[in-house]
Ligand binder design. Structure first.
Ligand SMILES: [Zn+2]
Length: 309
């Protein structure tokens, strides 16, 4: 545990460093931050950075474009969790591997599963773990992160409250803009095919019909049978779907083959289970939803459509 005196010294050092050099990357301020957070997924880490601002050092376990369903934790993850004041998990079977990390770390950090504070849906009888695809759930998760950070670092209450409020305002504006974008497309054209069943929350929120997925499951660890693949090809043809969408963390080989057989185009890879690399359109959660929405709107419409997002 760091004493308050030591935090004051560290902030003074940081202030001096900032005067003498350009401020470094927010993500590398671990030694100076008032609290340390480990987040399992790229989306949860992005929310934590938005709320934590420069008071919280956020260590993100999953790197951009990696598949959370099949992650194998590393020793450095165990060390990060052991050192963290707050551990945030997305929850559900998406990051169940964190249990082993927590056990190995012998951590007494607060481990918070954000899925427990959001509105969940079921897919094929199971709880769908991809809750962040509905920005209204992101709003609920951000409120939870704010409360957890305040509990871990009470002196940061004002900063966390202000950061969360500013970010929530952006999320609400984005949610309204996506809704209006999707409403501008005839309902009959809002038919979605992706790699796995990851966009159910988005589809539910914006009234999109998920007519099938290449991997017919909530996890990427399942496999489609030959019968399921040919059924999906027939469904795509029958529904007149012109574009189907791969995902950035899933191999698109089967998706391309299905598109070819169904006479459909392959759209841009969506940010489904992961955000994108630094500098990409999907670098942030908000950026990922903007990108996905523009790609989907153009695919549904079969035109070069741009929405105001
Ligand atoms: Zn998934």
């Amino acid at each position: 545990m760091i004493s308050h005196a030591s935090i004051a010294v560290r902030w003074a050092v940081l202030a001096a460093a900032a005067l003498s050099a350009c401020a470094g990357d927010d993500r590398d301020r671990g030694d100076f931050a008032a609290t340390t957070v480990v987040a399992t997924t790229s989306q949860v880490a992005d929310f934590a950075r938005a709320v934590g601002g420069n008071r919280a050092a956020v260590r993100q376990i999953l790197q951009p474009n990696s598949d959370p369903h099949e992650y194998e934790p590393r020793p450095s993850d165990v060390k990060a969790v052991a050192d963290a004041a707050v551990v945030l998990r997305s929850g559900g079977d998406l990051d169940e591997w964190l249990d082993g990390v927590l056990e190995n770390a012998g951590s007494d950090a607060t481990a918070v599963a954000l899925i427990e504070g959001v509105k969940t849906r079921r897919g094929g009888g199971e709880v769908d773990p991809h809750w962040w695809q509905n920005p209204r759930n992101a709003v609920l998760a951000v409120a939870k992160i704010r409360d957890v950070l305040i509990a871990a670092d009470p002196a940061g209450r004002a900063a966390y409250t202000a950061n969360a409020a500013a970010y929530v305002a952006k999320l609400r504006a984005l949610d309204r803009a996506i809704a209006s974008c999707m409403r501008s497309i005839p309902a009959a054209r809002r038919k979605l095919v992706t790699d796995h069943d990851a966009l159910g929350y988005y589809a539910e929120r914006y009234e999109i019909d998920v007519i099938g997925t290449v991997i017919p499951a909530l996890s990427t660890q399942a496999q489609a049978s030959a019968g399921e693949v040919s059924r999906l090809v027939r469904t795509i043809r029958a529904a007149g779907v012109s574009t189907i969408f791969p995902e950035s963390s899933v191999n698109a080989k089967l998706t391309r083959a299905i598109a070819r057989d169904a006479g459909a185009k392959v759209g841009p890879a969506l940010y489904a289970d992961t955000l994108g690399a630094e500098g990409s359109a999907g670098e942030t959660y908000i950026g990922s939803l903007r990108f996905n929405t523009q790609a989907l709107a153009a695919g549904f419409d079969g035109a070069q459509r741009r929405c105001q997002l």
